[in-house]
Design a protein around this ligand. Structure first.
Ligand code: NAD
Length: 302
């Protein structure tokens, strides 16, 4: 039987634990943890993602300092906002929701985040810490995948892992976290030749390409573990001639690979909820540091 790597269930268990940490220690800290998600412009997917993050904060008692800025905001206006949040003692985490409008330089804004409040781990200092295997906030999506693998007792040490995708957001930090956990990691990307020859050798295959349903039966190793990071909204005719209905799918053709592999993340309900939860974990961890509280989340951090 194929194991469903249930991110939704694990995320809700972790949320319960975080909620209890916050209730227990807010008195001692004299304040709850605070998170500011900055959204610029009106990208519809970002609106949904940010709203999910804010709802998750509300559920567990993280105070929300989020900002929604106009699509025409200038870089210096956004930097001003970041500086205010950097200096606000009630704010433990700041996340810049990507993508930003085209006229904004993402790298320059990320460089202005206080590295200690960079709960998405995208500041160059934190990426450097990841490369050197030093503690620091880690990128939420790959950190969530590491937590999901650990909770499901998927062994990583010595395994052949292939990560498809080399973005700074997912593929690169994912490869580094897996290497730090002693996997033998191969990175593949859009210029990789004979992709299926590589992926067929993967004990663990992480797919983060942004190409809907590109990975199928011919790409996976029998008994392997497949992590599908992709998330796409597609319009489907459920029966011939019926009205089209929007459904979600990943980068993997799950119906095709499910009977071949030993474990697979569902879409939705796999990596997505873990991404949100790791944002909460990073925020609570940052609060514990800022307020000199005991660090209790080490087992969840890669
Ligand atoms: P990206 O576009 O920045 O990077 C995609 C990577 O895939 C690139 O490195 C590219 O070289 C590689 N790639 C593209 N086409 C390929 C092909 N045909 N063969 C091999 N490699 C190919 O995207 P990203 O930000 O890394 O995100 C990847 C996917 O993950 C997207 O679908 C995104 O929506 C999703 N995502 C999901 C979550 C979540 O929480 N579930 C979080 C972040 C990203």
């Amino acid at each position: 039987m194929t194991l469903k790597l249930d991110g939704k269930k694990l995320a809700s268990e972790i949320e319960e634990r975080l909620g209890s940490e916050i209730r227990t220690h807010s008195g001692l800290a004299k304040r709850p943890p605070g998170l500011a998600v900055i959204r610029v412009g009106d990208d519809p997917a970002s609106k949904v993602y940010v709203s999910n993050k804010e709802k998750a904060c509300n559920r567990i008692g993280i105070e929300n300092f989020g900002e929604h800025l106009n699509a025409k905001s200038t870089e210096s206006e956004i930097i001003q906002k970041i500086n205010l949040l950097n200096n606000d003692e009630k704010v433990d985490g700041i996340l810049l929701q990507l993508p930003l409008p085209k006229h904004i330089n993402e790298k320059s804004l990320l460089a202005h985040l206080s590295p200690e409040k960079d709960v998405d781990g995208l500041h160059s200092l934190n990426l450097g810490r990841l490369v050197k295997n030093e503690p620091g906030p880690r990128s939420c999506t790959p950190a969530g995948i590491m937590a999901l693998l650990k909770a499901n007792k998927v062994s990583i040490e010595g395994k052949n892992v292939v990560v498809i995708g080399r973005s700074v957001l997912v593929g690169k930090p994912m490869s580094l976290m897996l290497q730090a956990a002693n996997a033998t990691v191969t990175m593949a990307h859009s210029h990789t030749e004979n992709l299926s020859v590589l992926t067929k050798q993967a004990d663990i295959l992480v797919v983060a390409t942004g190409c809907a349903q590109m990975i199928g039966a011919r790409h996976v190793k029998p008994g392997g573990v497949v992590i599908d990071v992709g998330i796409h909204r597609i319009e489907k005719e459920l029966s011939k001639g019926s009205a089209k209905k929007a459904t979600l799918c990943g980068d993997v053709r799950s119906e095709e690979v499910a009977s071949i592999v030993s474990a697979l993340t569902p879409v939705p309900g796999g990596v997505g909820p873990m991404t949100v939860t790791m944002l909460l974990v990073n925020t609570v961890n940052s609060w514990q540091q800022h307020c000199n509280l005991p660090f209790s989340l080490k087992d969840l951090l890669p």
